[in-house]
Design a protein. Structure first.
Lengths: 330, 322
């Protein structure tokens, strides 16, 4: 078996007394696009930051190309980070307003390839601007002169300029208009193919994730509750939380009415917000107070992540039942 | 019957050093009592500005002409006192970002009660208990405790519920919801849409729902107006619009909504190009450069909104005419 690009094991992050990540395990193959889905506060961004070591996990390991990033320090960590890049949700806030976009995109090169001449750097920046769909003549402009979608292209260019092996996209389309979201998603798909890099695509919207991911991971209160090949997840979601996320995606009436639509089991709108981290109980399933399928067992025993199909993992006591009613909305 | 809101020939221009930029161009629309109208368009299409004009909240460099009548009374050019008699009470707004719309250093209870003290002349203690009851009606758990909390102590979804409660305090005739779910997660978005549906039934007010997302509007609106580059390009009953979009822009927007079922395409459908920059003077159809159906006529003559009431389109070659 080929060694995965990224191996995350038992990753735990605490914020004070609150557990933000509770033992996260997953692999990411080179060149793979994996979606990570969950609500605000589920730990999506914390996971991204822990992988990049922008915050310090309390336990676990993040093996990147065979090296544990959590054990690296100084120069070694810096060298690895050039291969791990991130694009943030708010495209304007993540760019320095006093730097031209050309400078912003060229800055990583300046840091990691200091021997490069200004002219050579400029050429690379121009090429990257064109590649992300902006004119190279725009290099001298400032972020505020760009629209949200254009700023996000700049953010992507800045992340791509070092040709990373792993690109983490943290809600990169959430603040964009529907008509622009597709453009950015398509750009990411193209770049990923050309550069054969892996992408961890974080979003709260399953419909967007579905269109670019090979695999999807669902996170709930700091734990992965379902991991599956994309098509399997949408055809037969095994965790009730995944179903609730699917049911929450607003759909056009034509789609809702289509009787053949297999992927949208009618689950009522999630009744509440997730329980507060501080109230997270020591035992039992963290989803149980929102779950319509709860059993007495769920109160006492936290379900482990088990394989329920080929490459399809779910952490639910009832994941292997086929009798869970798919429709009880009425 | 007098429409709740009646906008006629509204134009809004922003003046800058370099001249004047037209953001809204001859928009006319009506919202009937209890009706829910969805207003859909991209950033910069002018959808928010139309309603900012109605609320008297346009920026200082804006100039609005035309007419905006709320329950028969002209609001455009009305003085502050006249505006304050309706806005915040009979004409209210649910903003996109509930964090920046609530005052960070005042407790929720004070912010809610203040509305009723100002508009209904209630005493503070009276207003406070009404506020608690309203929070309960919008399904805020532990409403009494919330009254003593500050905005930052609430989640985004809870804050939006507070904003919805605030918009309902004086039994409004029209609530303007400007991208009320855009800043929220899908699960919370679904809850807020459900809540808006429920309060519409309960309070019977008219609702103007502004969004860039047709799927969000789909669940609530009776009628949908599609805006592009400062103009209404299509106005139709919601069902008809989804079944048979007439403007090519509407048809393209519908294709852009990602689906959770059906075949998974290798690429997401997108709208090529960018909307025209505000201020670009256009004697042509503003959508022509992005339109696959555009012909010579579209580049020289601007299509006007026309057709039978309830199915209007501004296009020389509407879809489904072939």
């Amino acid at each position: 078996m080929i060694e995965p690009l990224l191996k995350v094991r038992d990753l735990c992050v605490d914020f004070g007394a609150n557990a933000a990540l509770r033992g996260v395990n997953f692999d990411l193959a080179a060149g793979e696009i994996v979606g990570l889905v969950g609500e605000s506060g589920s730990g999506k961004s914390t996971l991204a930051r822990a992988i990049l070591r922008l915050l310090q996990p309390v336990r676990g390991s993040v093996q990147f190309l065979g090296q544990d990033l959590l054990q690296c320090s100084g120069a070694a960590l810096r060298a690895r980070r050039r291969e791990l890049q991130i694009v943030f949700q708010d495209p304007l806030a993540s760019l320095n307003p006093r730097m031209t976009v050309g400078e912003a995109i060229g800055e990583p090169l300046q840091i990691f390839e200091p021997k490069l001449t200004a002219r050579a750097r400029q050429l690379q920046v121009d090429a990257m601007l064109e590649r992300v769909g902006l004119a190279s003549a725009m290099a001298g402009r400032y972020p505020h002169e760009f629209s949200g979608g254009q700023c996000q292209r700049v953010g992507i260019a800045r992340a791509m300029i070092l040709r990373p092996k792993l690109l983490i996209c943290d809600e990169v389309v959430s603040s964009l208009d529907m008509s622009i979201q597709g453009q950015i998603v398509n750009l990411l798909i193209d770049l990923q193919r050309e550069a054969a890099m892996a992408v961890l695509f974080i979003s709260h919207n399953l419909a967007v994730v579905r269109h670019l991911s090979q695999r999807v991971m669902v996170i709930y209160l700091g734990k992965l509750v379902e991991i599956a090949p994309c098509d399997a997840l949408f055809a037969a979601p095994k965790h009730p939380y995944t179903r609730a996320l699917l049911a929450a995606v607003p759909q056009l009436p034509s789609v809702i009415a289509a009787p053949a639509a297999p992927a949208a089991p009618a689950v009522p709108v999630l009744p509440a917000e997730p329980i507060q981290q501080a109230r997270l109980m020591a035992s039992g399933c963290a989803y149980r107070d929102r779950c319509p399928f709860v059993l007495p067992l769920c109160e006492t025993t936290e379900p482990p992540l088990i394989e329920v199909g080929t490459g399809h993992w779910a952490a639910c006591h009832r994941s292997q039942e086929t009798l869970i009613p798919l429709s009880f909305a009425s | 019957m007098t429409p709740t809101l009646s906008i006629d020939d509204l134009r809004i221009a922003f003046s800058h050093r370099a001249g004047s930029v037209e953001a809204v161009d001859r928009v006319s629309l009506q919202i009937a009592p209890s009706e829910c109208v969805g207003i859909v368009g991209e950033s910069g299409s002018g959808k928010t500005q139309v309603f900012m004009a109605a609320m008297g909240l346009l920026a200082g460099n804006a100039r609005a002409t035309g007419s905006v009548r709320f329950e028969g009374r002209e609001l455009l050019g009305a003085d502050r006192a006249a505006l304050n008699r309706v806005r915040g009470s009979k004409l209210t707004m649910i903003p996109q970002d509930p964090m920046t719309s609530l005052t960070p250093h005042l407790k929720i209870g004070i912010q809610l009660a203040e509305v009723m003290v100002a508009h209904l002349g209630k005493t503070w203690s009276d207003a406070r208990s009404s506020a608690g009851r309203m929070l309960e009606r919008v399904h805020v758990p532990e409403p009494k405790r919330r009254l003593n909390q500050y905005p930052h102590e609430l989640s985004g979804g809870m804050r939006q519920r507070v904003m919805i409660a605030m918009s309902l305090l004086c039994e409004p005739s029209l609530v303007i919801a400007d991208e009320p779910t855009t800043a929220l997660d899908v699960t919370i978005q679904a809850q807020i849409i459900e809540l808006l549906r429920a309060v519409r039934g309960e309070f019977g007010m008219a609702l103007a729902l502004i969004s860039h997302d047709l799927a969000v509007v789909a669940g609530l609106a009776d009628r949908i107006l599609v805006m592009y580059a400062g103009r209404i390009v299509e106005a139709a009953a919601a069902g008809a619009l989804f079944r048979r979009p007439r403007h090519p822009y509407t048809a393209e927007l519908l294709k852009c909504v990602p689906s959770i079922s059906g075949p998974r395409s290798a690429r997401l459908p997108t709208l090529a190009g960018q909307p025209p920059r505000p201020g670009e003077v256009l004697e042509a159809c503003p959508f022509a450069p992005r339109c696959s159906r555009a012909a010579e006529r579209c580049r020289v003559e601007r299509p006007q909104l026309g057709g039978p009431a309830g199915a209007q389109v501004a296009c020389h070659f509407p879809v489904s005419d072939d």
